[in-house]
Design a protein around this ligand. Structure first.
Ligand code: PHE
Length: 338
């Protein structure tokens, strides 16, 4: 004779197999595993058993509970997949689906990606810094005195706490030198902000790629070679590059970079695309002071820096007449770069 528990198990397993939907299965579960179900009742009964019988029945009861629990889980899985199969049984998977709108990269993102790829091939690492900056990182550390026009309320977005939206990515030069000793070879792509009068060529927010290269014996020739190579990679081998003397407080000498290329629409015009120069010793000294060491000894290290105007580069490359188009979110414009 099988033990009544074995009988109970066999009955329960049969009921589970017969349950044809979730509701019926749940009823079986309550009947056997529920708080006042048959298996719990056996648990109660255990207390009345003698010392010898108890471990034997206890083991059997455990096995029964496990067998029933597992069978219910399996059956639930089977019922679920049956239901899912039925739900899709009448769907014609060969019908075309509802197309979802395909997005595309913004032209500024596209040119940033291309430019970054070129610099990475030349061994530049990526660096970055915050858009909301201290005045010190944006101006003082970059040898820009309090009376300099760039610091003017009319030119810069100041926050009530004295910080500001960085007016150029040159702030990342300082942050990079604070964080690590030379040699340094980084680019820092990012946004910059100025309180400019907005027109076809000026926007309150624009994009730059900053570059900083510090090593022993870095010269203007390195700067020119690197940026000439970059411009030719970006605009084509026939691109001409011109360096014109200029002034920035944080470089000496300073050079503005112009390009001209027959491959472009405005092929006969020199177009200004970047500021650059040799890092001013005062900038190295500011970094040293903040670091509390002499890591950037201007007697030992030299470096060049540049800041590329990426909106300008995109306008030339894609022949875009108005900088405001970049921020207007007009799909008729953006789709042309998909
Ligand atoms: N920060 C300058 C600007 O925004 C560009 C620049 C960067 C010039 C690095 C020299 C060196 O106009």
């Amino acid at each position: 004779m099988p033990h009544p528990l074995e009988q109970l198990r066999d009955d329960a397993l049969r009921e589970i197999g017969d349950a044809h939907d979730e509701k019926a299965l749940d009823a079986v579960r309550v009947r056997h595993l529920g708080r006042s179900g048959s298996i719990s009742a056996w648990g109660e009964q255990m207390k009345t058993l003698g010392k010898e019988e108890r471990p034997v029945v206890g083991k059997l009861l455990n096995e029964t509970r496990i067998a029933v629990t597992v069978a219910i889980e399996e059956r639930a899985g089977t019922l679920r997949s049956q239901k899912e199969n039925e739900a899709v049984a009448n769907i014609d998977i060969s019908l075309p689906g509802t197309p979802s709108e395909r997005g595309s990269l913004h032209p500024i993102t596209q040119i940033l990606d291309r430019a970054i790829a070129i610099f990475r091939r030349m061994g530049f690492a990526l660096a970055d810094g915050p858009d909301i900056e201290t005045e010190w990182h944006c101006f003082d550390a970059l040898n820009t005195p309090p009376e300099h026009p760039a610091r003017n309320e009319q030119d810069t977005f100041y926050l009530p706490d004295g910080r500001l939206l960085r007016t150029h990515t040159s702030t990342v030069q300082i942050r990079t030198m604070q964080a690590a000793p030379p040699p340094i070879r980084v680019i820092a792509p990012g946004a910059a902000y100025r309180r400019d009068e907005v027109d076809a060529t000026h926007s309150a927010q624009f994009h730059q790629i900053e570059g900083l290269y510090v090593d022993e014996n870095v010269s203007v020739a390195d700067l020119k070679g690197t940026l000439e190579f970059f411009m030719r990679e970006l605009f084509g081998a026939e691109t001409e590059v011109q360096f014109r003397p200029h002034y920035f407080p944080f470089t000496e000498p300073s050079l503005e970079i112009y390009v001209k290329s027959k491959a472009l629409k405005k092929g006969d015009q020199w177009i200004e695309v970047a500021g650059s120069g040799m890092v001013h010793p005062a900038v190295f000294e500011a970094a040293n002071k903040e670091r509390g060491d002499k890591a950037y000894d201007p007697e030992k290290w030299t470096g060049y820096a540049f800041g590329l105007g990426m909106d300008r580069l995109a306008m030339i490359l894609f022949d875009i007449p108005d900088i405001r188009l970049f921020a207007q979110n007009d799909l008729r414009f953006l789709r042309q770069f998909a």
